[in-house]
Design a protein around this ligand. Structure first.
Ligand code: ARG
Length: 562
């Protein structure tokens, strides 16, 4: 039941449709304090129409509106406030949750349209950075949010697997590489080789030439170079896969930059044909002077294409292949200029759909206030961080609940959940301070706190011998109302999280829900009153279900016991 809509309908009738229901809905507010009611309509909009003081209008309207679901309608200054009939509304809300199960809060707004999500996208033969971790976690949550809003998410890992650096790597490997070492420790060995290349190139500039030539041969399809490149790529992906497994994130495609090599000429030709390419120091660029931005580099003087060229080909390919409703790029804010240029070039080329491309930015991961780097320790560091979170959880469980079943699995779910939630509870553009202590605090605003609250519900339901119901009973407790108003709002939060590409909306919601649940717990003896036991357990069951769904959206598991 959409109570806001209902209120808007009642209002529209009372004002003889001077305003449409949708217009009214847009201005209806939620009073800041619960004792002022559940919804408020500010009458200023009508004052213009009727040339009357809004206070007078509010008084008149309040006396006109009637509905069995509204317990009280009240004029407070220029506002009409309504109070829902708590008992009736409570039953209705719970009925709806129980009936829909994990589909509660799902809407069809997206009508099945595709949303491509460019996420994670690490660079081959390089460390998987904290930025890539953030992109993975945020992108995955946004994919779930898109799905919950009726879209079809397409998760694409746009690997950085092309460019002159691979020519250099090939040269370095041939000179100093060792197959076994690379096999045992691909990313750190390849990074060492790459660094050595740069060291030695300082004294021997001919290396640079060799590197460029090796890349050119690679681009022209030289079999040996291609085999090496393929091997580096595979070994790197293998290592990345360990992180994805730990995080529980899957992709639909691993189409990286290399995938677009044969689609680049068409881009250059198209820009040329549209008269957008100009020469600049031998290179070809699209001028963005009228936008007060530096030009977008399309082709170097030696004919090589660039990151931007590959992203132009990517954008066009994605439109043709998936006909996206939205195309999202979950990439750190340091690439803002790149994505602004990309959209402008596409717009100048006449692709109106470029408006549907969105750079979903995020801030840095900090440790002690400084940008956290995985460079020195390579990919291992990040894997170690995740494993460390699991181990620490294991120790906590060993201390608090040593007889728990499936300790291993629960430690994994809670440890990883702690890291993911810590990232997602902040608005994504904020920097995040990485603190293991904070993440794992079972009483703080953490993943473990939410998972624990969820498990606690299930332990209570087990104790009470609860079997899931499809219809709610009336909940008599006044203390239940804060929970019910939150349940009622879930669908709105799901919509807002999509509009703003903001998982933290779901995270904050989950925290509010857990908090109100724990407060209810503290005040009401749920199992001791036989008469109201089932009604109360229904409430616990429904709330646990929505909490679990919120966690799922964020990418967290919700164990039933912990
Ligand atoms: N590989 C890039 C990096 O690590 C991120 C790629 C983002 N996606 C894109 N379509 N440009 O910085």
């Amino acid at each position: 039941m959409d109570y806001k809509h209902l209120f808007a309908e009642q209002l529209a009738t009372s004002i003889e449709h001077v305003l449409a229901v949708e217009e009214i809905e847009k201005v209806i507010e939620k009073p800041r304090k619960q004792n002022l009611g559940d919804f408020a309509f500010p009458c200023f909009v009508l004052a213009k129409h009727w040339k009357k003081a809004p206070q007078m209008i509010a008084t008149e309207l309040a006396s006109k509106i009637e509905h069995s679901l509204f317990q009280k309608v009240e004029a407070v200054g220029p506002y009409v406030n309504i109070f829902l009939h708590k008992k009736l509304a409570s039953k209705q809300i719970l009925d709806e949750v129980l009936r829909h199960g994990d589909q509660f809060g799902t809407n069809k707004d997206g009508s099945g349209g595709a949303v491509t999500i460019d996420l994670s996208s690490p660079n081959i033969a390089k460390a998987f950075s904290m930025g890539h971790l953030r992109s993975t976690v945020i992108g995955n949550a946004i994919a779930h949010i898109a799905e919950k809003n009726g879209y079809r998410p397409v998760r694409i890992n746009h690997l950085g697997d092309w460019g002159t650096q691979f020519g250099k790597l090939i040269v370095a490997y041939r000179k100093w590489g060792n197959e076994e070492e690379v096999r045992n420790n691909p990313i750190s060995e390849l990074m060492k080789l790459y660094l050595r290349f740069h060291e030695e190139a300082k004294d021997d500039p001919s290396l640079e030439v060799e590197g460029r030539e090796a890349f050119k041969r690679l681009e022209n399809g030289d079999a040996d170079n291609h085999a090496l490149w393929e091997w580096f790529r595979e070994e790197s992906l293998h290592e990345f896969a360990r992180i994805y497994d730990l995080l529980g994130v899957k992709f639909d495609y691993f189409t990286g930059e290399a995938f677009y090599t044969d689609k680049m000429d068409a881009v250059v030709d198209m820009l040329e044909a549209k008269g957008l390419l100009i020469e600049s120091d031998g290179a070809k660029v699209v001028s963005l002077e009228e936008n007060n931005l530096p030009p977008c580099l399309i082709q170097k003087s030696d004919g090589a294409t660039l990151y931007a060229t590959r992203d132009l080909a990517t954008a066009i390919y994605r439109k043709n292949e998936y006909d996206f409703a939205k195309s999202l790029y979950v990439v750190g804010s340091e690439q803002s200029l790149h994505f602004t240029q990309l959209k402008l070039v596409l717009q100048k080329a006449g692709f109106d759909w470029s408006q549907d491309m969105e750079h979903v930015t995020f801030g840095m991961m900090l440790r002690d206030g400084k940008k956290m780097s995985t460079r020195k320790g390579h990919v291992v560091l990040l894997e170690e961080v995740l494993k460390n979170a699991i181990e620490r959880t294991q120790a906590i469980i060993e201390e608090k609940n040593p007889t728990l079943k499936e300790k291993q699995k629960v430690s994994h779910d809670v440890g990883i959940g702690a890291v993911i939630f810590h990232d997602l509870k902040h608005f994504r553009t904020n920097d995040v301070e990485f603190s293991m202590e904070q993440m794992l605090n079972f009483e703080g605003e953490t993943g473990p706190y939410l998972q624990y609250t969820h498990a606690r519900c299930h332990s209570l339901l087990r104790k009470g011998g609860y079997t899931p119901q499809t219809e709610a009973l009336e909940v008599i407790d006044e203390e239940a109302w804060p929970i019910l108003t939150l349940l009622k709002d879930f669908d709105q939060v799901v919509k807002l999280a999509w509009r703003e590409y903001d998982p933290s909306k779901i995270a904050r919601y989950a925290l509010d829900l857990a908090r109100s649940l724990n407060q209810y717990y503290a005040h009401v003896h749920i199992l001791s009153d036989e008469q109201n036991k089932t009604a109360r357990m229904n409430l616990i069951y429904a709330t646990a279900m929505v909490l679990k769904e919120a966690l799922r959206i964020l990418g967290l598991q919700a164990p039933q016991e912990m």
